[in-house]
Design a binder for this molecule. Structure first.
Ligand code: SIN
Length: 549
C-alpha cells in the first residue's frame, strides 16, 4: 500500500486533515473498527469559539489559560482561539448543521459549559459530534483521492534512516514513512510521505470511562516506541458526570446540562458545589470531579445526582434529546428525576508533543486531536476546546504540508522490510490477554485516579512494570491480534501516566497528589522519550525541561 498521506483514525482530526491533504495528493485513512467508531461521534457538548459580539478572543484565551493551570502555551491558545470562527464556518460549509438562534448576533444557538465566562459553545443539541462526523464522512467517502479502510489495526510505525523536508531541525536520524497495518490475519506495510496519528485518546486505560472502546492510546504508544517526545501524560481529565447505571458502560451526561442550570446534589438532596468553588456547578472539570470524588468518599454513597428537573420538560426534551431518551430507557425521566452520575476518565490532555503545525519530533510524523499535546490544554482542558483544537491543528498541519509540498512530493517513499513473525505461534489462551486488560484497568482506576498518592503510584508502577513485561513477552512469542496490540498499547500508556504522575511532585490542574497538595513555584512540562538500551530493552528518559524538584 502506498499513498502520499497516511491518516490513522477517522474522527474529526483525521477526517478534516484528510480532506485538506487530498487537495495535494492521495490519502489513505485507516481505522481499526468502523469509520464512525470514534470519540468525535460521541461528543455531546459542542465546539467552543468566539462567535458573539459581546464575547472576545481575550475572554476565551483567559478562560483557557485559567483552566490550563499555568501549563497552556499562550501563543498556541491565542492562535487556536483566533482561528475558531473560520474553522466553524468551514464546518458549516461542508454541511455541518449547528443549531441556530436568530436572537443571537452570530445566528448560532450557544451553549455554556464549566470554566467559560459566557455562552460560546456551538452545538447540534447533544449530538454535536455525530453531526460533525456525519458531514465529514460524507465528504471523505465521496472524495476520489481518499481511500478509507475500516477494520485496519495499526501495529507500529515504519521508520527508516533519512530526512524529511520541513523537519530540518529534528535530532532524529530516522523518519516515519507509514505504518505496519493488520489487515485480516496478516500485517502489511502502508507506506506514505507523511503519516498523521489521529487515533484519539486513552480512556480504556481506566475501568470507567466515557470513551468508546477504540481509545487505547495507540497513537501515543506507537509514537513513543518510535522515539517521539511525549508530554504531560499525568493530566487525565475525568468528566464529572457519567451516567451511573448497571447497564450503562460509558454514557456521558453533557456538561451542557449544568450549563443550562443542572445542579449537583447528594443522596440527601442538598447541593454541594458551593463548598468547593465560587463558580459552583460551573467550575472547571478538575474541581468538579474532585469535589464529587470527595463527597463519595465521605458519604460512602455510590453516586451523586444531577438535578435539572426545575427546567421546563419540553425544553429539556428538545435541548437534550439523546440524554433524555437514553436515561428514559433506563427508567430515569430527567424532567422529573435527578440523574445518578459518577466521574469517569474522559480526555487525555497530554500526548505526542507537537509544534504549532502539529508536527511531532519525528520527521514525517504528525499528531492531531487527542493523540497530540499541542500546548492548548495545559493541565486541564477547558470544556469543548477539543473539537476546536482538532480542526484548527488539522488545518495548520495541512497548510504545513502544502508549504513543503514541492519537496515532499519529489521525495521517493523508500521500500521497507515486510513484517516478520519470526518464530511466533498462535496464542491458544485468550484469557492471558483478557486477564491483563482487566488488571490494568482496575489498577489504574484504583491507584492512578482522580486523587493520587506517592504510595499508590509506587505500587502501581511496580505492578504495571510486571504486567508490561508479561504483555511484551506475549507480543514477541505469539501472532499478533488486535486485542493483543491494544493491550500492548494500554500497558505502555499506563506506565507513561504513572511515571509522569510520579515525576510531577506538586498538585496542578487535573493532577492532584496528596503528598504535594500545592502548586510548585516553577512551571514545567513533563517530557518523556524512549531511551534504547539494547534490542528490546529501553527505559523512559525524562528530558531536561521536565520536573519540578
Ligand atoms: C460534554 O458534553 O460535557 C463534553 C464536552 C467536552 O468534553 O468538551
Amino acid at each position: 500500500m502506498k499513498s502520499d498521506f497516511l491518516v490513522i483514525g477517522s474522527g474529526i482530526a483525521g477526517l478534516s486533515y484528510a480532506l485538506k491533504c487530498a487537495e495535494l495528493g492521495t490519502v489513505i485513512v485507516v481505522t481499526k473498527k468502523k469509520d464512525i467508531d470514534t470519540a468525535t461521534n460521541l461528543a455531546q457538548g459542542g465546539i467552543a469559539a468566539v462567535l458573539e459580539k459581546d464575547d472576545s478572543v481575550e475572554s476565551h484565551v483567559n478562560d483557557t489559560l485559567l483552566s490550563g493551570a499555568g501549563l497552556s502555551d499562550e501563543k498556541i491558545v491565542r492562535m487556536v482561539v483566533e482561528s475558531g470562527p473560520q474553522r466553524i464556518a468551514e464546518l458549516v460549509e461542508i454541511g455541518v448543521s449547528f443549531v441556530m438562534d436568530q436572537k443571537n448576533s452570530s445566528g448560532y444557538s450557544l451553549g455554556r459549559e464549566g470554566g467559560h465566562s459566557c455562552r460560546r459553545v456551538a452545538h447540534a443539541y447533544d449530538l454535536t459530534g455525530r453531526e460533525i462526523e456525519r458531514a465529514l464522512l460524507e465528504k471523505v467517502r465521496s472524495h476520489e483521492r481518499i481511500q478509507l479502510f475500516e477494520e485496519r489495526m495499526v501495529v507500529d510505525l515504519l521508520m527508516v534512516k533519512g530526512k524529511c523536508p520541513g523537519w530540518e531541525n529534528s535530532h532524529h536520524k530516522r523518519k516515519c514513512v507509514g505504518a505496519y497495518v493488520m489487515e485480516g490475519g496478516s500485517v502489511k506495510a502502508y507506506r506514505a510521505k507523511i503519516t498523521a496519528l489521529c487515533s484519539g485518546g486513552v480512556g480504556k486505560v481506566y475501568l470507567y470511562t466515557t470513551n468508546p472502546d477504540i481509545t487505547t492510546g495507540d497513537g501515543v504508544a506507537m509514537a513513543f516506541r518510535a522515539g517521539a517526545d511525549v508530554s504531560n501524560m499525568e493530566f487525565v481529565q475525568f468528566h464529572p458526570t457519567c451516567l451511573y447505571h448497571p447497564k450503562e458502560k460509558n454514557f456521558l451526561i453533557s456538561e451542557a446540562v449544568r450549563g443550562e442550570g443542572g445542579i449537583l446534589i447528594g443522596e440527601d438532596g442538598e447541593p454541594f458545589m458551593q463548598k468547593y468553588d465560587s463558580r459552583k456547578d460551573l467550575a472547571t472539570r478538575d474541581t468538579v470531579a474532585r469535589a464529587i470524588d470527595k463527597e463519595l468518599k465521605e458519604t460512602g454513597e455510590d453516586c451523586v445526582y444531577l438535578d435539572i428537573t426545575h427546567r421546563d420538560a419540553d425544553y429539556l426534551k428538545n435541548r437534550f434529546p439523546t440524554i433524555y431518551q437514553r436515561c428514559l430507557s433506563r427508567g430515569i425521566d430527567i424532567t422529573k428525576d435527578p440523574i445518578p452520575v459518577v466521574p469517569a476518565a474522559h480526555y487525555m490532555c497530554g500526548g505526542v508533543k507537537t509544534d504549532i503545525d502539529g508536527k511531532s519530533s519525528i520527521p514525517g510524523l504528525i499528531a492531531l486531536g487527542e493523540t497530540a499535546c499541542t500546548g492548548l490544554h495545559g493541565g486541564n482542558r477547558l470544556a469543548s476546546n477539543s473539537l476546536l483544537e482538532a480542526v484548527v491543528f488539522a488545518d495548520r498541519a495541512a497548510k504545513f504540508c502544502n508549504k513543503y509540498w514541492d519537496n515532499l512530493n519529489k521525495s521517493e517513499i523508500p521500500e521497507v522490510d515486510d513484517w516478520k513473525s519470526g518464530n511466533a505461534t498462535k496464542l491458544g489462551e485468550e484469557i492471558l490477554i483478557n486477564h491483563n486488560w482487566d488488571a490494568i484497568r482496575r489498577l489504574m482506576w484504583n491507584y492512578v485516579g482522580i486523587v493520587r498518592s506517592m504510595k499508590r503510584l509506587s505500587l502501581a508502577k511496580k505492578r504495571m512494570e510486571a504486567i508490561y513485561d508479561d504483555v511484551d513477552q506475549h507480543y514477541r512469542e505469539y501472532f499478533v491480534t488486535p486485542n493483543m496490540i491494544e493491550l500492548r498499547n494500554i500497558s505502555l500508556i499506563s506506565l507513561l501516566i504513572i511515571q509522569s504522575a510520579m515525576h510531577r511532585k506538586e498538585s496542578r490542574g487535573l493532577h492532584f497528589l496528596i503528598d504535594y497538595p500545592k502548586k510548585a513555584p516553577n512551571i514545567k512540562q513533563t517530557v518523556f522519550r524512549r531511551k534504547r538500551i539494547e534490542k528490546n530493552t529501553w527505559e523512559i528518559e525524562v528530558l531536561k525541561e521536565a520536573g519540578n524538584e
